[in-house]
Design a protein around this ligand. Structure first.
Ligand code: NIG
Ligand code: FE
Length: 413
């Protein structure tokens, strides 16, 4: 069979080949093939390796010499707050100057100020802003993301956010998996009536399921946000409705969020900057992926999650950006990877596993994405670098040369 596109003489091709979720030591097992080729046919990977590729060349095949480039699977950013209005740069500067993030939220700022702006924004305003963000993410090598709602906290605006995601998913090359995060904060109008708000979240969940507007449900379990009982109740109901489960857990305060996530068999538990040693021990070889967000630690002026300890304790780890206007205002996914290297002490190969195969697994798409494997979607990043290590170390420079999504060239530099 001849290929539509044939990438030849790739300087180095990198991919995880382990069965996900990839735990502990296995995260460092990445295949690196020198002088490789990769053949693409009808959106998928037809073959790859270092053997002869002549059989794949036909009269219509586009042959691309890649001798100065390395190749990785498209990156998967499995925790973002993509759709919102406005920005909060002044808060970021306050936080840098030691004003706590939760203090700002308590006084009606933070998430609640973005809620106000998002409620006032039209569908088109939200769509156009998010579309530009997606273009930037793509330029950094990201081919799939997860996107949460949670800046509406009322029926109309939550649905508006999810509808924006649905439209963007149809039009933009990046695949987007959406999550309902109605339980992101208690809106001002329910401040003295939390139970009513939790009920509203449960009602909305049913509606969103009927409309098929989200794949998953998430809750922000944190001091002064959602408590243990509320979180458990919402997530149990969500599971019952057939949603996947994510959880903002042990981000700032150690409240046992990780433990709750493991008990509920959550697909991912996210943040974990304050996870306890006892809860880390519970994660050994579970299918719940620890989704760590180093950019958030950077912007919130907080300690980084103990990724080394987690991996050494045989947990499965993913790294995501947490892109949002408050705690992680950057579309540059490579920045998160670089913090994972320099601040969390992950190895370059562990970072690759954490940004491709493990996030694919917890989003439920590992059969079609997350590694370079025959038959998977041709979601690929060509990078101008002598090796993967250089790509991570040369901070502040985007070396992405080309991005393919389902076999189509969608970014070129
Ligand atoms: O993951 N922690 C809750 N949600 C986001 C922040 C959202 C915001 O500040 O707007 C996070 O850090
Ligand atoms: Fe988040």
């Amino acid at each position: 069979m001849t290929a539509d596109i044939l990438l030849t003489h790739i300087h180095k091709l990198y991919t995880s080949s382990s069965k996900p979720p990839v735990h502990g030591k296995k995260m460092n097992e990445v295949v690196c093939i020198d002088d490789a080729f990769l053949a693409i046919k009808a959106e998928k990977i037809l073959d790859f390796g270092s053997h002869s590729f002549l059989e794949y060349i036909g009269s219509m095949t586009e042959v691309i010499d890649c001798h100065k480039l390395i190749l990785t699977p498209g990156f998967i950013d499995s925790h973002t707050h993509l759709v919102h209005a406005g920005s909060r740069e002044l808060e970021s500067i306050q936080i840098a100057n030691q004003i706590p993030y939760l203090e700002i939220l308590k006084h009606g700022g933070g998430i609640l100020s973005t809620v106000k702006e998002t409620r006032n924004a039209s569908f088109d305003e939200l769509y156009n802003k998010a579309s530009i963000v997606l273009d930037r993410m793509l330029s950094f090598g990201v081919t799939t993301i997860e996107a949460k709602s949670g800046y509406g906290l009322d029926v109309l605006t939550e649905l508006k956010q999810l509808e924006v995601v649905k439209s963007l998913n149809l039009k933009h090359p990046i695949d987007i998996y959406s999550t309902y995060l109605g339980a992101h904060a208690i809106p001002k109008e329910f401040k003295d009536n939390r139970d009513e708000y939790t009920k509203l979240v449960l009602d909305q969940m049913k509606k969103i399921k009927e409309l098929n507007l989200a794949n998953a449900v998430d809750v922000f379990f944190e001091t002064d946000v959602f408590n243990y009982q509320e979180t458990k109740h919402i997530l149990e109901k969500a599971k019952g409705l057939g949603f996947r489960i994510h959880l903002h857990a042990d981000e700032i305060t150690s409240l046992g969020g990780a433990k709750l996530g493991i008990e509920l068999k959550a697909n991912s538990i996210d943040h974990l900057m304050a996870i306890s040693d006892d809860d880390i021990a519970l994660l050994k070889d579970t299918n719940t992926v620890c989704n760590l967000l180093p950019s958030t630690s950077f912007f919130l002026n907080k300690p980084f999650a103990r990724a080394r300890f987690l991996i050494d304790s045989s947990a499965a780890v993913a790294i995501s950006s947490d892109y949002n206007p408050g705690s992680a205002p950057s579309e540059n996914f490579q920045f998160s990877m670089q913090l994972a290297l320099f601040k969390m002490k992950l190895s370059p190969y562990e970072i690759l596993s954490a940004t491709t195969i493990n996030p694919a697994y917890h989003l439920g798409i590992d059969k079609e994405a997350g590694s370079i494997s025959i038959g998977k979607k041709a979601d690929l990043v060509l990078i101008e670098a002598p090796n993967l290590e250089y790509f991570y170390v040369n901070v502040g420079v985007n070396h992405v040369s080309k991005v393919y999504k389902s076999g189509k060239l969608v970014f070129s530099n």
